[in-house]
Design a protein around this ligand. Structure first.
Ligand SMILES: Nc1ncnc2c1ncn2[C@@H]1O[C@H](COP(=O)(O)OP(=O)(O)OP(=O)(O)O)[C@@H](O)[C@H]1O
Ligand SMILES: [Mg+2]
Length: 251
């Protein structure tokens, strides 16, 4: 079954065209990486997939139904989420916030507590549940945000540019975590790090206003150069790819 089906999608902010004729399918339990330059439209596409933005043209189906009927099946970890270090809210409460749009009125039910604890356990953060979110490291915050997204019991998990470092200390590292979650759900991950992404995902989509979907993680130099519009180094078959140029200057 197709988890996501996007057809002839166009999107613009006022008079700025951002997405042009996007077409792709994501199969259930796929692990897809989306790469592309800054401003290429990655976050915009994700916001359309989760129903936060409406495209001017085209259709998006989630498990064969319109997004509006299905967005409660999607867990979304946004690109930037800064907690001030003095933000007086605990890890467990941040996690429970994920339940807000599940129950129409906020009720701090025993069930929400249980689900939040379960989700923190999945990301190896249960022991920190009473800490203040602002006091956690970047990678720990990221895990809590994933736990928060998991509280809706999503069929699809979408991560916009997770920045967590791949820690080598005891316990699951970030990508082991994603792989374990991928056994139960479809995952879409945006990343600038082609090296990381090509090692972990199954399929890659390159997005720069237009989208090229690769049904494997083998991506060619031509594909990348077309997307990034700058020289890209494919080190060797099966090894991490590296972008040579900085992206401040678009050629
Ligand atoms: N709310 C908005 N209103 C107007 N223009 C916007 C808005 N959000 C994004 N844009 C513009 O749309 C284009 C695509 O932005 P988007 O955030 O989707 O890119 P991105 O691929 O996620 O970039 P990055 O890699 O930097 O996160 C950019 O030119 C951006 O300036
Ligand atoms: Mg973005």
């Amino acid at each position: 079954m197709k988890a996501i089906e996007v057809k002839n999608l166009f999107f613009q902010y006022e008079d700025l065209p951002v997405l042009e004729d996007i077409n792709f399918d994501v199969e259930e339990k796929d692990f897809v990486g989306i790469i592309g330059p800054n401003g290429g439209g990655k976050t915009t596409l994700i916001k359309i997939l989760v129903g936060l933005l409406k495209p001017q043209r085209g259709t998006v189906n989630i498990f064969e139904k319109p997004v509006s009927a299905m967005n409660h099946h999607i867990g979304y970890v946004p690109q930037s989420f800064n907690f001030d270090s003095s933000f007086p809210i605990s890890v467990i409460d941040v996690t429970k916030m994920g339940r807000l749009n599940q129950s129409k009125i906020f009720k701090n039910s025993a069930e929400d507590q249980l689900i939040a604890e379960e989700c923190l356990k999945k990301v190896d953060m249960l022991t920190m549940k009473d800490k203040l979110i602002g006091n956690l490291s970047g990678g720990q915050k990221q895990r809590v945000l994933i736990a928060r997204a998991l509280t809706v019991k999503p069929k699809i998990l979408i991560l916009d540019e997770p920045t967590a470092s791949i820690d080598s200390k005891a316990g699951l590292n970030f990508y082991e975590l994603l792989h374990r979650l991928n056994e139960e759900m479809t995952i879409i991950m945006i990343s600038h790090d082609i090296g990381v992404i090509s090692q972990y995902v199954e399929k890659i989509a390159c997005l720069n206003k237009k989208l090229v979907f690769h049904d494997s993680k083998e991506i060619s130099r031509e594909m990348l150069e077309q997307t990034y519009q700058c020289p890209v180094d494919l080190i060797a078959h099966g090894l991490p790819h590296r972008i040579l140029d900085e992206h401040e200057h678009n050629h």
